[in-house]
Design a protein around this ligand. Structure first.
Ligand SMILES: [Zn+2]
Length: 560
């Protein structure tokens, strides 16, 4: 590859089209400033571009106000009113313009300009329109993307934003107040252009015969491309929605001309995902398109017909890597389900790809959503496996009613998790069981249909927390109870002694630290408060201290 010569490259850059400045000016429609002065019915509005002035008569009943929308009756330019005397600063607006041009021998260059529109008040003390123009357009070029024939691409960003043109030539005649004629402005509708990057028209034509001719820009941006474009991100792609400018597109193309292959083969989903920045890891050394994509030749043909997503590309690669030989129907099913290669790998531990495809189609039926069915089936199998079912049993792997069996598994899994948690707590907090033996009598009390007692074991506390949906089953309370720093007590109805109702935490001093019912609420508050007061009165505080202290002495003895 030749050494890149900046000076030479810059010297080959062609002149801007003769109408470029005019084109830039037109883009500012909606962003002009119309200056007004005078009072009441004697107001005058001046357009800095066409320099037309309009005196407002009482018949128009329109009184310009600063910041309101304005229209120049003479040239039709739209913008906002500004008082001609109240500010010395000119109004300044900026836009960005890209332009694509041929350059040198079959080269193509994309150039980025900032256009600045400066409009001055005709009555400003600092500005004499005799010397200076009422408005000017400044064009500064700050980016260049060179695309050359031999696959060489260079991006140039000028840190100084070199100002190439300073004045709006052709508008240099004098501005004289006497020449003002009368017209009236009107409030304008909402159709202001949103300021975006603009693209000088004719880029597709300009690309012909250059190194950028086969960029396939047309297939993505249409025959009349805009500078900015929201890519329609394909389904089952990992990328989000991206705003891809022509600039980014051409730079990507110049860096990876294999994009051309993807577009030409109809693999636009992959091409767009690649442009959106998804790393697709192609085989650069591949001599054929299928080698390049790392799929089989047969699958490549299928892909060209079906325009797959990146997820499906991964499945096609998985197929080649593991010698799966998928049939067309399976490919269509997997593609539509949005399944990943890893998920396919999971499924085929239990069934062949063909069986999987048949199953998914059967569960989906005519009305179902293949994607939803795939997720349900995957989760179902995961749960079955986690619950240690026999995965060789076809009744388990192929449930007759998928939804029903899935929901059953959810319930079973939740129950299983609760049981696991209880088992684990029981193991870690064995001391709770020991504590119960000596403390049961100390804490027991019954009055008016309510009873209170200390927790028997860890799993009972866990279950209490689960059923009442509060946090007593967490490690904090289990540990405090096991270490006798406080005691967890249950208030229950004497006739339903197994049903959780109120949970109480009590200090070794007999102080009630907290009590809660379901979801951290305080049901039957007065009744419970009265009950707890009576309970505290009859508590044997000495026995309580002793019960709590036993543990403390024991630890001390161990420590010594
Ligand atoms: Zn005008």
């Amino acid at each position: 590859m030749k050494e890149w010569d900046w000076e030479k490259a810059h010297s080959l850059v062609p002149d801007l089209p003769a109408d470029f400045r005019e084109y830039a000016l037109e883009l500012f429609d909606g962003y002009h400033t119309l200056y007004y002065h005078g009072r009441g019915v004697n107001q005058t509005v001046i357009c800095p571009v066409c320099r037309h002035a309009e005196r407002y008569g009482s018949r128009t009943r329109i009184y310009p106000k600063s910041g309101e929308r304005a229209l120049c009756i003479s040239c039709g330019r739209r913008g906002k009113y500004r008082h001609a005397l109240r500010t010395e600063r000119p109004s300044v607006n900026e836009i960005y313009i890209f332009i694509g041009q041929k350059y040198g021998e079959k080269g193509f260059i994309l150039r980025g300009f900032k256009a600045t529109l400066i409009e001055r008040s005709p009555l400003s003390k600092q500005v004499q329109y005799k010397d200076e123009e009422p408005f000017e357009i400044r064009l500064s070029e700050h980016r260049r993307l060179y695309i050359t024939r031999d696959g060489y691409e260079k991006e140039y960003n000028d840190p100084k934003w070199e100002t190439l043109h300073r004045t709006a030539s052709g508008y240099a005649t004098a501005w004289a107040e006497d020449e003002f004629s009368i017209h009236w402005g009107a409030a304008y509708g909402d159709n202001y252009k949103k300021f975006i990057i603009h693209l000088y028209p004719g880029i597709i034509e300009e690309m012909k015969g250059t190194a950028a001719e086969y960029s396939m820009m047309q297939s993505l941006y249409g025959p009349e491309p805009q500078a900015e474009y929201y890519l329609p991100i394909p389904k089952f792609s990992y990328a989000g929605c991206v705003n891809l400018t022509i600039w980014d597109f051409l730079a990507s193309y110049a860096k990876d001309r294999k994009l051309e292959i993807l577009f030409k083969c109809g693999l636009t989903n992959l091409a767009i995902s690649k442009l959106a920045g998804e790393p697709l890891h192609y085989n650069w050394r591949g001599k054929t398109p299928w080698d390049y994509l790392k799929v089989t030749k047969e699958r490549f043909k299928w892909m060209c017909k079906h325009n797959p997503s990146t997820r499906m590309l991964e499945i096609c690669r998985y197929e080649r890597k593991h010698g799966l030989r998928l049939d067309e129907e399976s490919c269509n099913t997997f593609g539509a389900s949005g399944m990943t290669a890893a998920e396919l790998g999971y499924y085929i531990r239990f069934m062949s790809p063909k069986q999987l495809s048949n199953r998914l189609l059967k569960y989906t039926g005519k009305k179902g959503d293949l994607r939803q069915i795939h997720i349900t089936y995957r989760d179902y199998l995961h749960m079955r496996e986690a619950l240690e079912y026999n995965m060789n049993d076809s009744i388990i792997v192929y449930p007759r009613n998928l939804r029903e069996e899935h929901d059953k598994m959810v319930i079973e899994q939740n129950a299983n998790e609760a049981a696991k948690r209880q088992k684990e707590a029981e193991k870690r907090f064995r001391k709770i069981r020991e504590r119960f033996k000596g403390a049961a009598g100390v804490y027991m009390f019954e009055e008016k249909g309510l009873m209170i007692r200390i927790a028997k074991n860890a799993s009972e506390i866990v279950e209490e927390g689960r059923q009442l949906h509060h946090c007593v089953g967490g490690d904090t309370y289990l540990k405090r109870h096991a270490d006798r720093k406080s005691a967890i007590l249950f208030i229950r109805h004497a006739k339903d002694p197994t049903v959780p109702y109120i949970t109480v935490e009590i200090a070794p001093t007999g102080e009630i630290k907290q009590w809660y019912g379901i979801h951290d609420t305080k049901p039957d508050k007065k009744k419970i408060e009265k009950f707890l007061k009576d309970y505290q009165k009859q508590l044997d505080l000495k026995a309580l201290a002793k019960e709590a202290k036993v543990k403390i002495c024991a630890t001390e003895r161990v420590a010594v």
